[in-house]
Design a protein around this ligand. Sequence first.
Ligand code: TEU
Ligand code: CA
Length: 554
Amino acid sequence: MNKQWWKESVVYQVYPRSFHDSNGDGIGDIKGITQKLDYLKNLGIDVIWLSPVYKSPNDDNGYDISDYQAIMDEFGTMADWEELLKEVHNRDMKLIMDLVVNHSSDEHAWFMESRKSTDNPYRDYYIWRKEPNNWESTFSGSAWQYDEQTGEYFLHIFSKKQPDLNWENETLRNEIYSMMNWWLEKGIDGFRMDVINFISKAPGLPDAPNPEGKKYVGGGQYYINGPRIHDYLQEMNQKVLSSYDILTVGEMPGASVEDAKLYTDPSRNELNMVFTFEHMDLDSGPNGKWDLKPLELKDLKDNITKWQTGLHGVGWNSLYMNNHDQPRMVSRFGDDKEYRVESAKMLATFLHMLQGTPYVYQGEEIGMTNVRFDSIDDYKDIEILNMYKEKVLEGSEPHESVMESIYVKGRDNARTPMQWNASDNAGFTTGKPWIKVNPNYSDINAEQAVQDTNSIYHYYRKLIQLRKSNPIIVYGEYKLIDDANEQVYAYTRAYEDQKLLVLTNFSREVAEFQIRDNELTTGTLLIGNYEDVEENLESATIKLRPYEARVYIG
Ligand code: TEU
Ligand code: CA
């Protein structure tokens, strides 16, 4: 398998608004990030992925960009950003930027021109129609907005302040490529590409089938992995990406393993890796993310195994269990009360021992948890607020059950301020934070975690270090074992003449694991999340305590 630095790296995602506020206005900013670089370096990570810091009216916290080549006022200046890049590089880390080009803000100069008249030179940069179709926006309601100036509708798969760009237009594509080259010439180390598999829409934008006669329905089949997506990515690769030694990761809801092979097979010259959503959908019912359903371990095993074996030797996986759009992983897949520390370490072990590039989302490394605000007014996310309005204020669903779904799945779970220490507002700001701090910061914070050598933070450090000294963790071939076990997710990795045995108990009960003759039978403990563990693999039956994780190497 081809060795690449981006396969051997661990990426840390910073959501700037919630990371660290340097000037007391309650909003995280770029200087605030620069002040925390030593913390990240000590964690051992290689790459920082910065969620959008571009100029934006913040309808969707920076994912609505009004100028791709300027910094958001609240976050600082271009000089601050340049300083950040320099300081990242001084510490031998890399910086990748978010690229949001499925849509722009409606306050982008292109859109302000586009809406002026039907013959404006920028008209065709966006997608206009005389009549809307029946597609639903990800953020509730119609995906079309009527615009009075010309009496036509424009498409917005996300909020109505995020009009979709028209990738059919070659001039638009070239503007995007030159913008990307401009950032790369500044020295950045790659891009995370927002919903990049949405950029090619099916000709004619047909109505989606609507058997239940709903007002609006998802039109994903007409824009997810659309007809020209591979042409566009190959063109982007040729005109931009191929000139640099960079990391590229495409965020791709609705991409299957078969799609991901096409996107990440190096011989096709598209991207290095994608973020799949399949494992993020396993705890949702048929009516989408707010339709809560408990996770079955078997479904997780089937899904992860499909991706691990499917991409092996073809493309490359990205590994994540949470980010700024997802609830906190310890609350979702572990136990954020009685076994918070154990289960956070178990999940980290599970993820970092898989084949692929691991992504750590800010606060994950100290086991930050979901939050429960009593009032809907304490929530800030457009997806949550639009959904609540549609279901409770304009619909007939009870407040309580909708709040419950927000507690479990809402994006603001991940967006409460980073918990730095036990002082006011968790040391995030000296002012009033833009969103409330999780009240558990006096127990869960980075200062405590750095001091406590048994903390989740130090466990992540160890996992990351192990990756540097054991190529098997990066390149070894994955195999699921004991697939019928209802509590334990167990797998092996094989590389040259070495083997890893990874045992993770996903339950709060003691679990048994039976070692079979054809698996690793002699090995030594590489890492584990409990004290008093057999250092050598001897017995055929292993008893794992609640959320226990062990990795043996032999
Ligand atoms: O997210 C894309 C996406 O489809 C989902 O993650 C979605 O935002 C939501 O979580 C569905 O429930 C990307 C960004 O990561 C997200 O923050 C943006 O809001 C979205 O694109 C629009 O740019
Ligand atoms: Ca600030």
